[in-house]
Design a protein around this ligand. Structure first.
Ligand code: ADP
Ligand code: MG
Length: 247
């Protein structure tokens, strides 16, 4: 069921960083887009164009200088990350090497003082969704890349968030596994009805996984459209070149 309010709304977000010589450089210029409830949106663009900064602002790990950010219709500019009701998956997975798979998955629940019985129940549910039951006692170092990826997904899902942010989650995997994981993440998203904001520099990932692609370049949004339209109707030569569409 789709709500009329977009799950995520960014309007005119701008952000600049101070360089080593005290100079300011703007890395986001008036970035705006929405992600509907249950939609898979991909931010696509070359390295350095501002994808991670945008995601970090949505996550509450960084702040915009100006603009609006609503999650579930609520202004979250002053809401801490842990209270934004979202899960995150990063490129390097950020798993704790000395903790078991189970402990890694429930780490955030422990921090939030969720009781043991409920932790266990949620752990088993996440493990079932991700086919991780046989690996719960292992350590991350004893897992394959794909299994580690699933643990990171499990940790993002176990808190019950329906909004998941992913920053280049497949970039450490080899090509074959990457293709499998694309399908797996997309199936999981559809099965659980998740809202996903996914960051990638990989055109194939964006075009095959997303309902909507947000193309970024040098800190601004170049085009927002369904993958098939992006290829057929690129808005300008930059998009066409980046997508590999005919000019
Ligand atoms: P992407 O994820 O698309 O590769 P980023 O959002 O990481 O791009 O970076 C966008 C720009 O902002 C880059 O020029 C980067 O060097 C700069 N940047 C990102 N984070 C910081 C920071 N903490 N301090 C200074 N500059 C930063
Ligand atoms: Mg990045």
């Amino acid at each position: 069921m789709r709500t009329p309010v977009p799950e995520v709304l960014l309007r005119s977000l701008s952000k600049s960083f101070t360089g080593t010589r005290g100079d300011r450089h703007t890395v986001l210029h008036d970035v705006g887009f929405t992600v509907a409830d249950g939609e898979f949106a991909a931010i696509l663009g070359p390295s350095g164009c501002g994808k991670s900064t945008t995601l970090r602002i949505v996550a509450g790990l960084d702040r915009a200088d100006s603009g609006e950010l609503l999650i579930g219709g609520r202004d979250v500019s002053n809401v801490p990350s842990s209270e934004r009701g979202l899960g995150m998956v990063f490129q390097n997975y950020a798993l704790f090497p000395h903790l078991s798979v189970a402990e890694n998955i429930i780490f955030g629940l422990k921090v939030r003082r969720v009781g043991k019985a409920e932790r266990n129940e949620r752990l088993l549910e996440a493990a079932r969704q991700l086919q991780l039951e046989p690996y719960l006692d292992r350590r991350p170092g004893q897992l394959s890349g794909g299994q580690r990826q699933r643990v990171a997904l499990g940790r993002a899902l176990v808190g019950g968030s329906r909004l998941i942010l992913m920053d280049e989650p497949l970039s450490n995997l080899d090509a074959r596994l990457r293709a499998d994981m694309r399908t797996e993440i997309r199936e999981l998203q559809q099965r659980l009805g998740l809202t996903v904001l996914y960051v990638t520099h990989d055109q194939v990932e964006a075009m095959t996984m997303a309902d909507k692609v947000i193309v970024m370049r040098e800190g601004f949004v170049d085009q927002i459209s369904a993958p098939e339209n992006l290829y057929a109707l690129p808005e300008n030569a930059h998009v066409a070149r980046f997508i590999g569409a005919p000019p």
